[in-house]
Design a protein around this ligand. Structure first.
Ligand code: ARG
Ligand code: ZN
Length: 856
């Protein structure tokens, strides 16, 4: 359908080409008459020219143009140019005064499988416009710096008709919505369907009542309360932490089953993948609850960081995303504990962003060119973007950060901004020069920080060296401004120098600490104060010491992780390793004072993918089968060495009383499941089987199932689970995923193939497609089979999905982003799959850009 216009060689868009739009757009009137095959969209756009003799260029794709008029006068096709990407009205057909452009277009939501623009999901109409979906609804200047007030009417026979803003009129089959806040088109939303609301009210800090609603399909109403309460907590938190009050009388959230991403912050009408709204103890895990709370908060927080202050252009995406992720991380930390949240976030950052940064897809948080912006909703833009905000916070301190944010809201409310605007508020409010710091936004790659230390005459010296490898298109790297939080411990574990932030700005830089009686043990990069790869030759006894004594919980955990990684790498490379890791785990298992969630995190061994990455970073070629064997071997050895302690914890940490997803219950549950995963390696699946049979909540049920899958002895449990949950789409996604991601590697591909024949494999639904494919690619050794058969299977499915849903196909192609890590044989096989995809006639712009970048 859109194949030829999204040609492989569409020119790149460049940041340096930015030009302001030559018109201002004050108001937008949109009248929708809904029909699955022929929805009519009447648009009235009131423009004022900002320049003389400018042509009016409007974006538009896959639209049927019915009519165009200027100030009520119909234009004929001779008056304008219509192309596959838009409509241009030359200056001579336009008045030089403000004018109204009226268009009528027709679209077919039922045929929209790409899920961008107006589409249908289970008979309901919904929209996704970010980044450039609005141009599939009507002809429009579809760019974020054009902000207008929208007035929307909807005519349709659906019982519920929603759009942005406040509802001004509503009767059977008709609704009228007015959004008083100027916004870019990507924040437009419309929903129509047979929906039920779970409703509440929130009283804002100035005493205004806001109606809050979670809209879902009939039957799902009883799974919404957690999301609704999470919304209220988010609204309160943003008032307290940032002084931000909600600005409409109503806030709606809609759950949609077919959705390309997680959720979307449309003004006053957030649309969510139902996976991130619906929760009940029987169907959602503790981790799901925490994610739901975090995503509800994220989208809500966008109301100020994204909507009231938006992005000038899509290169600035991390302006809203990095900041909003940082805010949702702070929120979750406040709700559930900062230590474990930080560890979870760093695990995700390393697992996704460091991985991205180390391969062919590496790009700056603010890229300077792209072909398809949807390909830049990445871990670098989001998670590294959040790390950068965290560094600013650390550099300026709490008061300084808050002052900068106050200035940001005061100075830029109602504007479309850039990273320069953002950094300027920090400079102006603190008087600091952040020009070097800005490199974090413009430069790609993860810096490596090497550290050496020395001690002489009471003076301790830390000598740092930073280096960033070349990344695609950026061969030379200048030193970054790196906040390094450090504390020093004495040999009995006392903190002799409390946490302090060292500011590194040179390629090589030393910091000294005087007046010390004995040589201290350093705790470096506390709280993970910068997104760098710390390289330090700490011996195992020092790591074990930090794991026991560090006051900084992140670095305590980090020491354990570094120890585990050392042992695993030693095993993979067939080197001698000592018992210090096992001893440290023993000490941790005995330490009942430590937070259970924290202990659970320490018990989880590094992922196979992260071990592969670590080997690659050390200049070794990772062997997936050897990594799998080493990790299994270590797990078995730990289980054997500590079986009595583990068994005691498994028994004593059983929760009592009704289910709650609060940390008080979720922590012990996480510990118990981490223990189960170890014991499972030596008890023949006995405990997992028993837990699976008795579990009353999804956390335990899925935890037990995952353990059974690990041994490959899961056929009966899988069948039982399927029988019970086949009517529940969200639970069935878990079923598809868990049996692939966790199974012995030699089973993964055969299982994946068989599962594609399951009638429940509705592959056009993004969640289902992702569950199966991410399950396979998440099985590291199974995906990287030496014969390349998994690569072929995976590539075949990307090619099959691409014409239906290019966005999801492109995103899933990142399974290949690590291809350069591996041995010649695997590299060649992955490369030839990428080349096969790239050569496909009619490939989407999305997937074409991805394969080209992947191939380098
Ligand atoms: N702004 C949304 C969020 O972070 C993500 C939407 C991205 N959608 C897309 N098609 N690229 O909450
Ligand atoms: Zn976001």
């Amino acid at each position: 359908m859109s194949a030829e216009l999204t040609a492989a060689d569409a020119p790149a868009k460049r940041l340096s080409d930015y030009r302001p739009y030559p018109f201002t757009l004050e108001t937008v009137r949109l009248d929708f008459t809904l029909d699955p095959d022929a929805t009519e969209v009447r648009a009235g756009l009131s423009f004022s020219p900002r320049q003389e003799a400018a042509a009016l260029e409007l974006d538009g794709e896959d639209l049927e143009l019915v009519s165009v008029a200027v100030d009520g006068r119909a234009l004929t096709p001779d008056d304008y140019e219509l192309s596959k990407t838009g409509l241009t009205i030359p200056a001579n057909a336009l008045p030089s005064q403000p004018f109204t452009l009226e268009t009528v277009t027709r679209i077919a939501p039922s045929k929209n499988t790409a899920l961008e623009g107006l589409y249908m999901s289970n008979g309901m109409y919904c929209t996704q416009c970010e980044a450039e979906g609005f141009r599939k609804i009507t002809f429009y200047p579809d760019r974020p710096d054009v902000m207008a007030r929208f007035h929307v009417t909807i005519t349709g026979d659906q019982p519920v008709l929603l759009a942005n803003g406040d509802l001004v009129e509503s009767r059977d089959g008709y609704a009228e919505w007015v959004d008083p806040w100027p916004k870019p088109a990507y924040l437009f939303a419309l929903v129509a369907g047979d929906l039920r609301a779970h409703s509440g009210t929130f009283t804002t800090m100035s005493g205004r009542e806001v109606a809050t609603n979670i809209w879902v399909r009939p039957g799902d109403e009883d799974r919404c309360d957690f999301a609704l309460q999470a919304l209220h907590r988010s609204m309160r938190w943003d008032e307290e932490a940032y002084g931000r009050e909600y600005d409409l009388d109503i806030f709606n959230i809609v759950a949609v089953d077919d959705f390309n991403m997680g959720a979307m912050e449309n003004k006053g009408l957030n649309i969510f993948n139902s996976k991130w709204v619906l929760a009940s103890p029987e169907t959602a895990t503790d981790a799901d609850y925490e994610r739901i709370e975090g995503i509800i908060a994220h989208e809500y927080f966008h109301n100020w960081t994204g909507n009231r202050i938006t992005c000038r252009d899509w290169f600035q995406l991390c302006l809203k995303e990095g900041l909003t992720v940082y805010r949702d991380q702070q929120f979750t930390g406040d709700m559930r504990g900062h230590a474990t949240k930080r560890i979870d976030d760093v695990l995700a950052l390393r697992g996704r962003q460091f991985r991205e940064d180390r391969g062919p897809l590496s790009h700056p948080p603010r890229p300077d060119h792209y072909r398809e912006i949807n390909n830049f909703y990445t871990a670098t833009v989001y998670e590294k973007g959040a790390e950068i905000v965290g560094m600013l916070h650390r550099l300026l301190g709490h008061e300084g950060y808050r002052a900068a944010l106050d200035l940001y809201f005061e100075r830029h409310d109602g504007q479309a901004c850039t990273i320069e605007d953002w950094l300027k508020v920090f400079e102006d409010s603190s008087g600091r020069d952040l020009s070097q710091f800005k490199r974090w936004y413009t430069d790609a790659g993860t810096p490596t920080l090497r550290v050496r230390d020395s001690f002489k005459d009471g003076t301790y010296t830390l000598e740092f060296e930073q280096e960033t490898r070349p990344t695609p298109g950026q061969s030379e790297k200048l030193p970054r401004h790196i906040p390094i939080e450090v504390g020093l411990l004495s040999e009995n574990g006392d903190e002799v120098v409390p946490s302090t932030v060292l500011e590194m700005t040179e390629a090589k830089q030393s910091f000294t600490f005087d007046g010390l009686a004995t040589r201290p043990v350093p705790s470096i990069l506390r709280d993970f104060s910068a997104p760098v790869r710390l390289e330090r030759d700490a011996d195992t006894s020092e790591l074990a010491f930090l794991l026991t004594h560090d006051r900084d919980p992140f670095n305590r955990w980090e020491a354990g992780r570094a120890l585990a990684q050392k042992v695993l790498i030693g095993r993979v490379l067939g080197q001698e390793t000592d018992a210090s890791f096992s001893d440290a785990i023993g000490a941790l298992l005995r330490d009942e004072t430590a937070d259970p969630a924290f202990r659970a995190l320490c018990l989880n061994l590094p992922s196979e993918d992260s071990i592969a990455q670590a080997l690659y970073d050390q200049g070794e070629t990772p062997d997936p089968a050897a990594i799998y064997a080493a990790r299994e071997g270590l797990a078995r050895d730990l289980a054997t060495a500590h079986k009595t302690l583990l068994a005691e914890i498994f028994t004593s940490s059983e929760a009592t009383g009704p289910y709650s997803s609060d940390p008080e219950q979720a922590g012990p549950r996480a510990l118990r499941l981490a223990v189960l995963r170890l014991l499972n390696r030596i008890d023949g699946g006995a405990r997992a089987g028993a837990l699976f049979a008795s579990a009353e909540n999804m956390t335990e049920s899925l935890g037990a199932l995952a353990a059974l899958v690990q041994t490959g002895q899961d056929a009966a449990a899988m069948a039982e689970f399927r029988d019970r949950w086949q009517g529940d789409r969200l639970v069935m996604d878990k079923w598809f995923l868990v049996q692939l991601a966790n199974c012995p590697p030699e089973m993964a591909l055969e299982r994946a193939k068989a599962l594609t024949g399951d009638p429940l494999f509705t592959w056009k639904t993004p969640n289902r497609f992702r569950a199966l494919m991410a399950g396979l690619s998440g099985n590291h050794a199974g995906f990287h089979r030496a014969d390349g058969a998994s690569y072929r299977f995976y590539a075949d499915w990307l090619l099959k999905l691409d014409p239906v849903n290019p966005q999801v196909a492109a995103r899933m192609s990142t399974a290949f982003e690590t291809w350069t890590r591996y041995d010649e044989g695997r590299r060649e096989k992955m490369r030839s799959e990428l080349e096969r995809i790239a050569a496909q006639p009619g490939l989407s712009r999305d997937l074409s850009e991805m394969t080209q970048r992947l191939l380098g």
